[in-house]
Design a protein around this ligand. Structure first.
Ligand SMILES: Nc1ncnc2c1ncn2[C@@H]1O[C@H](COP(=O)(O)OP(=O)(O)OP(=O)(O)O)[C@@H](O)[C@H]1O
Ligand SMILES: [Mg+2]
Length: 345
C-alpha cells in the first residue's frame, strides 16, 4: 500500500479517506441490521445481472469489465449460490481474511460465472471481527479502512464491486461500511425486527461519517412478497409506509424505497441456492438456453429439491423481477455518483 503517504495519525486518516473515496464509487454494499433478510440472495443476483450486462457488451464488441462479489459473513452462503461450496477453491475464507488483516496478497476467484469474480467467505470470516477490533484498540479508526484500501487498488478492474455484509459483528460491519459508497438494504420480513434493522442502517451511515463521508442509502428493496397480477399486496404497502415514516424521522429521503419488488417464490429461491444458480441463470437453464461450455449442448434442466423440474415460465418471471430490480438500483447509484462527483469538483 505504498501509494498512501504516512502522516500524523488524524491527518493520515483523513488523507487516506480522501485518497480512497473517489476510487470506491463503483462499490455497492448490501446490508441491513438484521439477519436473514435476503442480503446474499440480493448481492448474488445483483452481481449476476450486472455481469450478464457486461458479457452482453463484450459480445457487441464494446468495452466490458467483470463484477466482483465479496461476502463478509462467515456462513458463506454466497459459495452455495455461486456453486463453489466445497470445491477446490473453497478455502473457507482463509485467503480473504489473511489479505484484509495480515497484508497477504488479495486473491479473487475469476469467472465463477461469465464476467463474475468473487472472494470466498467461510468459517475464517468469524475471525474478522476480533482481528479488526484488536487492531482498532491500537490504531483507532484506521483498521476499518483495510478493505477500503484493498478495493481502492483494484476497483478500476471492475465495472462494479458488490459487498454483502451483516449486522452481527460491529467491527466487520464497519469494515464493510468504510469500503462501500452506496447501500442497498433488502427487506424480506414485515415485522418490527426488520424495521429495527433499517433503523440500524440509517444510524450507521451517520456513525461512520469520519471514515466514509460519501456513504448513503441508495435503495431499499423488497423480496419474497406476493405479487397478484403483477401488483404488490396490502402487506407490502403497509411495510413500505412503515419504512417511509421511519426514514423521514431519521432524515433519510423516503424516495430510496423502491417501487417494484421481487416476488415471493420460496421454491425457486431454494432451487437457485441448491443448484448454485442465480435466478437469471436458473431461468436460462430451465428454458434450455444455458449451454455447457465444453459440449455446446444445453445443460440439464434444473430441478426442485423434490425432483420436479423447475417451470420455465415461473423461473423467467423471477429473473425478470431481478432484471428490473438491478436496473433500478444502478440508476439510483449513478444519480448518487453524479451528485458526489459534483460535490467533489
Ligand atoms: N423471492 C423469494 N421468495 C421467498 N424466499 C426467498 C426469496 N428469495 C430468497 N428467499 C429466501 O430468503 C432466505 C434468506 O435469504 P439470504 O440467505 O439471502 O439472506 P441473508 O440476509 O443473506 O441471511 P444471513 O443473515 O443468514 O446471511 C433464504 O432461505 C432464501 O431462500
Ligand atoms: Mg447471507
Amino acid at each position: 500500500m505504498s501509494q498512501f503517504t504516512p502522516m500524523t495519525p488524524p491527518d493520515r486518516l483523513q488523507s487516506l479517506v480522501q485518497q480512497v473515496r473517489p476510487r470506491l464509487r463503483n462499490v455497492i454494499g448490501i446490508t441491513i441490521g438484521k439477519g436473514g433478510e435476503g442480503k446474499t440472495t440480493t448481492g448474488v443476483n445483483l452481481s449476476y445481472m450486472l455481469a450478464q450486462e457486461q458479457e452482453h457488451l463484450a459480445a457487441q464488441g464494446q468495452q466490458a469489465k467483470p463484477i466482483l462479489y465479496i461476502e463478509l459473513d462467515s456462513n458463506g452462503n454466497g459459495r452455495l449460490d455461486l456453486k463453489i461450496h466445497g470445491g477446490v477453491f473453497d478455502d473457507n475464507g482463509e485467503g480473504f481474511v489473511g489479505a484484509v488483516t495480515e497484508d497477504k496478497s488479495f486473491k479473487v476467484l475469476r469467472n465463477v460465472k461469465p464476467y463474475l469474480d468473487m472472494t470466498v467467505a467461510g468459517a475464517a470470516n468469524s475471525r474478522l471481527n476480533a482481528e479488526i477490533s484488536r487492531l482498532a484498540t491500537k490504531h483507532v479508526q484506521a483498521p476499518y479502512l483495510m478493505l477500503a484500501m484493498l478495493l481502492a487498488q483494484i476497483s478500476h478492474h471492475y465495472a462494479w464491486i458488490v459487498v454483502d455484509f451483516s449486522p452481527g459483528d460491529e467491527s466487520a460491519q464497519r469494515l464493510g461500511l468504510a469500503a462501500v459508497t452506496h447501500l442497498v438494504a433488502p427487506v424480506k420480513n414485515s415485522d418490527d425486527a426488520m424495521i429495527g434493522g433499517i433503523e440500524t442502517v440509517a444510524n450507521l451511515v451517520s456513525d461512520v461519517r469520519l471514515i466514509n463521508p460519501e456513504l448513503g442509502i441508495a435503495a431499499i428493496g423488497f423480496l419474497g412478497f406476493r405479487k397478484v397480477s403483477g401488483e404488490p399486496t396490502s402487506e407490502l404497502e403497509i411495510v413500505r409506509v412503515k419504512i417511509e415514516v421511519l426514514l423521514e424521522r431519521a432524515d433519510v429521503n423516503p424516495e430510496v424505497v423502491m417501487k417494484d419488488h421481487i416476488r415471493e417464490s420460496r421454491n425457486l429461491a431454494t432451487a437457485c441456492r441448491n443448484n448454485g444458480m442465480p435466478a437469471r441463470e436458473l431461468a436460462l437453464a430451465a428454458n434450455e438456453m444455458l449451454m455447457d461450455a465444453k459440449s455446446g449442448e444445453p445443460v440439464p434442466r434444473p430441478r426442485y429439491a423434490n425432483g420436479r423440474l423447475v417451470e420455465p415460465d415461473k423461473a423467467l418471471d423471477l429473473a425478470e423481477d431481478w432484471a428490473i430490480f438491478t436496473r433500478d438500483v444502478i440508476t439510483r447509484v449513478m444519480i448518487r455518483n453524479a451528485e458526489l462527483q459534483g460535490v467533489a469538483s
